[in-house]
Write a protein that binds this ligand. Sequence first.
Ligand SMILES: [Zn+2]
Ligand SMILES: [Zn+2]
Length: 178
Amino acid sequence: MEGVITLVPIGTVAEDLLSHVESALREIFQRRVEVADPLPHPDYAYNQQRQQYLAGAVLTRLRKSGAKGERVLGIVDEDLYTPDLNFVFGQAALGGREAVIALPRLRQSFYGLPEEDELFLERAVKEAVHELGHTYGLGHCPDARCVMHFSNSLHDTDFKSRNFCAACRRYLPRLVSS
Ligand SMILES: [Zn+2]
Ligand SMILES: [Zn+2]
């Protein structure tokens, strides 16, 4: 399926979040975006000690799931980690086909603050675009407003935009119209 970005809910993911990300990706990548049937909750990736889910295991399962699409983005509402990091907002193989984003830390309520739905949705879009950008071969960008800027914290995420800077966009000429 050339030119299709497939969103794959992993476990339970809210409908409004999915449709919000779907339409944002369609606009930003100028691609068809489809939502696939959900994959099961990622119990296989759970680390009892850390009470988190191993991002690499989720990515591997996504790769083997048979999900079709030029790119496949998994969305999971569980906290992800990698062996060398306390947590990750998402993970992608550079130049690979699959990526995954994790939702819990994008919510204000995770930090004991009142929920802000719009902020949560916008953060999810930025993380989705960022991880997909990696799959299209982009590395991290020094421009703090560019969606490919590395987010050390949500402060960075909130500061950057959902869009690629001019330099990053040049790497995606067929994908993103300016
Ligand atoms: Zn990144
Ligand atoms: Zn950039």
